[in-house]
Design a protein around this ligand. Structure first.
Ligand SMILES: *Cc1c(COP(=O)(O)O)cnc(C)c1O
Length: 447
């Protein structure tokens, strides 16, 4: 079979049906997909002894291109009712913040240059002051993410030393970040105390030896224990720890809002005298991926000097975004740049009106129902807040409907609850309302 003569990658590549794919995916990527699909097609032809059908081949290529298209980073519409959604990019960065930071990032900047004396400057620059003003504590440092923050803290203070941690806080967060693994990898010696549901002050105090570096409190990110439980009040713990034992908190979410129920704030730990606190910049804060470490100056300075600091330091865009975000928020308490905080402030009547307005735009195939939204991303799963959701009435199965929504030009991500697809207006951006309404309105015809 002279297939290679009949089908040439180059010729297919120039067909008009692939032009858009080339623009979106890049010429070499499309070329490679065409080549591999031709190879598969050749095998099919040999096995089945069919003749070459160019239309069939083209449609197989298009299908492959379509799959790859889904892999490309692209916006999706979050209708899940989970505000900080780990799989959907956590918190969206506000456009104004992005644009402002862009003015610095897209040009040369004073990232490591002092405009005062023209010499080498400090990478943290003014951000150090901004974080102190926003979160308190004597000093701070930024790394690439909170996992790196925890790792670096352990590496700096606990190699070959004991780290006391409650069994109830041996958590795994999302994609394989396990506290015990991080501890082991850093070279610290883990000393587990208490049980899954009960840890007492005495458990902590009895575990302390001369070789104890720190007590590590880890926020119970994605689960909670109910019933017969006992946790130690961090204030009590602080009071009773001997001088050589540090109190380190992996606070996780970066929450600073009193509106978040059952969630401590970063400031709470800072005020009670924790030595070091770390948290993510892209959960409750709504900033870029980053790990923020705040605490007593002597400790932060030690972390700064650790050789691994160079490995974990973030890029310039992270500093610019965090600085702009926090300054904007400190100057305007009603600012909407932190979406999660903004959403928590909206009264229930607002949620209801929004859902009803959308339902009206869509027509008769949705029902407004009472429901609850979640903050998500490293906050307790107990933290549920009342809202209204759109329940889609459709003859299609819920799974088919979810797929249909996901296959829209901009994917809409819904959830299934009691056999029905729900879309939560509270997690949509306001710029997406009309698009979502339009897609759902057209669904009527698709039934
Ligand atoms: C999210 C989280 C982490 C990991 O933070 P990343 O910024 O994703 O690296 C670690 N600890 C806790 C308690 C968390 O909630």
């Amino acid at each position: 079979m002279q297939l290679s003569n009949i089908i040439q990658v180059g010729k297919l590549l120039d067909r008009p049906e692939f032009a858009t794919y080339i623009t979106i995916l890049g010429r070499p990527i499309v070329s490679e997909i065409i080549r591999s699909t031709i190879d598969q097609y050749k095998n099919q032809i040999m096995e089945t002894q069919h003749s070459v059908d160019l239309d069939e081949l083209t449609s197989q290529i298009t299908q492959q291109l379509h799959f790859v298209m889904y892999e490309k980073t692209q916006p999706v519409i979050n209708g899940t009712g989970i505000l900080v959604h780990t799989n959907l990019g956590r918190s969206p960065i506000h456009q104004d913040i992005w644009d402002q930071a862009g003015e610095t990032v897209c040009r040369y900047s004073n990232l490591e240059f002092s405009l005062i004396d023209g010499k080498r400057g400090n990478r943290m620059g003014m951000l150090n002051r901004v974080i102190r003003a926003y979160f308190g504590a004597e000093d701070n440092i930024i790394v690439n993410n909170n996992a790196a923050a925890v790792h670096l803290i352990l590496k700096t203070f606990a190699i070959g030393k004991e780290v006391i941690i409650s069994r109830s806080e041996q958590v795994q967060i999302g994609g394989g970040f396990r506290i015990p693994d991080i501890l082991e990898e850093s070279g610290a010696i883990m000393k587990e105390i208490g049980t899954t549901n009960i840890t007492t002050l005495d458990d902590y105090l009895n575990a302390i030896t001369e070789n104890t570096a720190m007590v590590l409190l880890v926020h119970q990110s994605n689960y909670f224990i109910e019933g017969f439980t006992e946790q130690v009040d961090p204030k009590e713990l602080r009071k009773h720890l001997p001088e050589h034992v540090m109190l380190v908190v992996d606070q996780g979410s970066g929450n600073q809002s009193p509106l978040l129920r059952d969630e401590t704030t970063v400031s709470y730990y800072e005020k009670l005298g924790a030595d070091i606190i770390s948290f993510s910049g892209d959960k409750m804060m709504g900033g870029p991926q980053s790990g923020i470490i705040i605490g007593k100056q002597e400790y932060i300075q030690k972390i700064k000097k650790h050789p691994m600091m160079r490995v974990f330091r973030p890029g310039k865009e992270t500093y610019a975004l965090l600085e702009t975000l926090l300054i904007t928020q400190m100057n305007d308490k009603n600012s909407t740049v932190n979406r999660t905080e903004w959403a928590l402030k909206q009264p229930l009547s607002w949620h209801k009106s929004l859902a009803e307005e959308l339902a009206q735009k869509i027509g008769h195939n949705v029902k407004v129902i009472k429901s609850e939204f979640l903050v998500g991303g490293g906050t307790t799963p107990k933290a549920k807040y009342p809202t209204y959701a759109l329940e889609i009435q459709s003859k299609q199965s819920a799974d088919d409907l979810l797929t249909f929504l996901r296959e829209q030009p901009t994917a809409i991500i819904g959830v299934i609850h009691q056999g029905k697809v729900l879309i939560y207006p509270i997690s949509l951006l306001s710029s997406e309302y009309d698009y979502v309404a339009q897609v759902l309105a057209e669904l009527k015809d698709a039934q």
